[in-house]
Design a binder for this molecule. Structure first.
Ligand SMILES: Cc1ncc(COP(=O)(O)O)c(C=O)c1O
Length: 365
């Protein structure tokens, strides 16, 4: 069996360093808002070319608090892709604003900027481009569109740490960006964690207040806030992993290149990497008209796969369960996408075996 993902391999390789980091935090016994979090915030802000990182409890909270910090609230609309993980849209609702869904570019799965233009109303206040699967959204065009219409930009970079668009890291383009350190992410914690990145002092300040009960001084609260800090233990473990991130990303890219070599000509849609994009392959997601049959054939051959995502966001009941006609590319993607194993610890032999199984399955469909 080749698993879709296996985190035990990553943790076995880092065991000593992770245990030493955990021991350091236990010995210091400062568990919330201390030096470990600050060091991680500075390191990630620096990598993204922005002045501030603000650690929070999850990627979801990073989106929610970034939107709130930018003043998004009741009466506002926020543009977001119709095809993404649910949190790209639920966090908009959590601020009191309404999501306005936008269909996607079928090659990169990023929101289609021309469709965003058509969906614009005078109530639009912000846009949430998602760098889905690790491929950057076209941030130069998103920024130009947002500037022309006075929209704030909150990048959902949950799946894309390390990705680059036009020479600039994603997460460093918008008014703010969210990172998720959910365990399976390219940089994953040993629990939930996330971060807001921003070059704006006012946004960083406000997220720092919002993550800690809206306090302006000790036990002084001027606005409604939340309890959403990134804890010191996760920060220390993430700092260990951050040292490996570039090597892991290179490995993911090599695996993707190998899959590309091995999977041509079998009727499968392969991920694209647009000129100017550096894809980090959080997921290596292929397309096939008979996706469910392909998934079953791979399971029969011992290859783990996953569907990201089987139902577009507006199709979810929480958002009314409709939209197939308005967002045809999102619906087509939901029917056709299949993610095959692509984590950094996959061996060369496993990559060959996955590719052979995919080829064989496609030829028999
Ligand atoms: C695109 C996207 N946005 C937001 C999130 C939310 O992050 P978290 O799970 O850390 O809350 C995730 C990951 O789960 C994601 O993949």
């Amino acid at each position: 069996m080749i698993p879709f993902i296996d985190l035990t391999r990553q943790h076995a390789a880092l065991r000593e360093d992770l245990l030493a980091a955990a021991a350091r935090v236990l010995d210091g016994s400062q568990f919330v808002l201390g030096g470990e979090g600050q060091a991680l915030e500075a390191a990630l802000a620096g990598r993204h070319g922005v002045r501030h990182g603000v650690g929070v409890a999850s990627g979801t909270d990073a989106l929610r608090l970034a939107l709130l910090a930018l003043g998004v609230g009741p009466g506002d609309e926020v543009l977001t892709p119709a095809f993404s993980f649910i949190a790209s849209a639920t966090t908009i609702v959590m601020t009191g604003a309404a999501p306005v869904f936008v269909d996607i570019d079928p090659e990169t799965y990023a929101l289609d900027v021309a469709a965003a233009e058509r969906a614009l109303t005078p109530r639009a206040r912000a846009i949430v481009p998602v760098h889905l699967y690790g491929h950057p959204a076209p941030m130069d065009r998103v920024q130009a569109f947002a500037r022309a219409h006075g929209l704030a930009v909150v990048e959902d970079a949950a799946q894309a740490v390390g990705a680059v668009w036009a020479g600039r890291p994603v997460g460093g383009w918008g008014d703010a960006a969210c990172l998720s350190f959910y365990p399976t992410k390219n940089l994953g914690a040993c629990g939930d964690a996330g971060m807001v990145l921003t070059d704006r002092e006012d946004v960083a300040e406000r997220v720092r207040r919002l993550r800690h009960h809206g306090d302006v001084a000790r036990y002084r609260h001027d606005e409604l806030g939340y309890s959403s800090r990134l804890d010191e233990l996760q920060a220390a473990l993430l700092s260990v992993k951050l040292r490996r991130l570039d090597a892991w990303t290179e490995r993911r890219r090599r695996i993707a290149a190998r899959y590309r070599d091995l999977l041509g000509g079998v009727g499968l849609g392969l991920p694209v990497e647009r000129p100017g994009a550096r894809h980090v392959y959080h997921l290596f997601t292929v397309r096939h008209a008979q996706r469910d049959a392909l998934q079953k054939a791979l399971a029969d051959r011992g290859v783990g796969t996953a569907v990201h995502y089987p139902l577009p966001v507006p199709g979810q009941r929480v958002f009314g369960g409709r939209g197939e006609r308005e967002y045809p590319e999102a619906w087509r993607a939901a029917r056709e996408v299949l993610s095959i194993p692509s984590f950094a610890e996959l061996t060369d032999d496993e990559v060959e075996r996955v590719a052979a199984a995919v080829r064989e399955a496609c030829e028999q469909l």
